[in-house]
Design a protein around this ligand. Structure first.
Ligand code: SF4
Length: 340
């Protein structure tokens, strides 16, 4: 088993089970995440029989970096997992820090029509260690610290709920990577039962909702999940979430030319979100050769933005990252398969 998949509490239980003091878990965590050792033998304050036990039961295997593409303020990674499946992670440099967009599954079953990742059906969930390692390896490769993590890469995080929550606990631990909860964002297409479960955890992690439409008809055309949990149910659970957690929610809205970017959509969206403590993040679409949608025209994005602003909705336009480096998730993997 890969040791990067254990929370500190898991590791404490491991030590207790072998008759050792549980503070050893903290020591091992510090070796793994503060000092970033690559072998158990480097953990010099841990006695030999414990090291032997760890060696027999755990490994520190890493992911393989298959491909790396660099653009302005963006570096995109294609990783190979032990079973040869491939996933992506994208590092984006912002004024406020370095943000890594990580994958949570191999492929995705949600079938959003604009999404390159969803072209490959879900093969399997990622384990917690496979998500943690995306962070560790990008940091090691680029010799920098990742300050923010967003779960918006390949996969639907709430379709891999248990491993994603474990991952959050691992990277949030003060003795580990120590990423503050408010610097971690989970983005979901709207799996309502999991949003409810998540709200009861009280983790202080940011929640983003991939909304992408202003009404049911349009959303059902773009996103299959809307046929199961519709936009009105979604908005009502988000209101419940905000009441319970007191946390602001982000709505992601990909701007697709002549599909969801009309003035009528902006007005409808303003009405839908009226009075909700939220941000709308307008995302210029990253065109891909496999999907027919086009990116909205700049003036239409600005018009949309102005209408939301006028209606007192907090709105931002996401900085465009490296369309020259296949920055939409799923593109690097799919290009790699075609090159072979
Ligand atoms: S947008 Fe997200 S949820 Fe939808 S298919 Fe793509 S990866 Fe899956």
């Amino acid at each position: 088993m890969n040791i990067y998949g254990l929370t500190k509490t898991d590791l404490e239980h491991v030590f207790e089970a072998i008759g050792e003091k549980k503070f050893k878990a903290t020591q091992v965590y510090e070796w793994l995440y503060k000092k970033r050792v690559s072998s158990f033998d480097e953990m010099t304050n841990i006695k030999k029989d414990v090291i032997d036990y760890l060696k027999q039961n755990y490994n520190l295997n890493k992911l393989k970096i298959l491909k790396k593409q660099e653009g302005i303020d963006v570096v995109k990674y294609l990783f190979e997992l032990e079973d040869n499946n491939k996933i992506e992670a994208v590092l984006m440099k912002h004024d406020y820090g370095n943000s890594l967009c990580v994958s949570s599954q191999v492929g995705c079953n949600m079938g959003c029509s604009f999404c390159e990742s969803g072209r490959l059906k879900k093969v399997r969930n990622l384990s917690a260690d496979e998500i943690v390692l995306q962070i560790l390896q990008v940091e090691e490769d680029l010799k920098l610290r990742i300050t923010h993590v967003v779960m918006m890469g390949i996969g639907e995080p709430f379709d891999n709920y248990d491993n994603v929550i474990k991952f959050v606990k691992i990277i949030n631990d003060p003795k580990g990577i120590e990423l503050g909860s408010r610097h971690i964002t989970i983005s979901t297409c709207g799996i309502i039962p999991k949003i409810k479960e998540f709200m009861n955890l009280n983790l202080q992690v940011n929640l983003a909702i991939s909304l992408h439409a202003s009404n049911n008809e349009l959303r059902s055309k773009l996103m299959n999940i809307n046929k199961v949990y519709d936009i009105n149910e979604l908005i009502s659970v988000i209101k419940e979430y905000i009441n319970k957690t007191n946390r602001r929610v982000t709505f992601e809205y990909i701007m697709l030319d002549n599909v969801n970017d009309k003035e009528s959509n902006a007005l409808e969206l303003s009405k839908l979100l009226k009075g909700i403590n939220c941000y709308v993040n307008l995302i210029p679409y990253n065109e891909t050769s496999h999907i027919e949608y086009k990116k909205s025209k700049k003036e239409n994005i600005m018009k949309f933005y102005d209408i939301l602003k006028k209606n007192n909705i907090n709105v931002t336009i996401r900085k465009e990252f490296g369309s020259n480096v296949s920055a939409a998730c799923g593109q690097l993997r799919s290009n790699y398969e075609e090159e072979k």
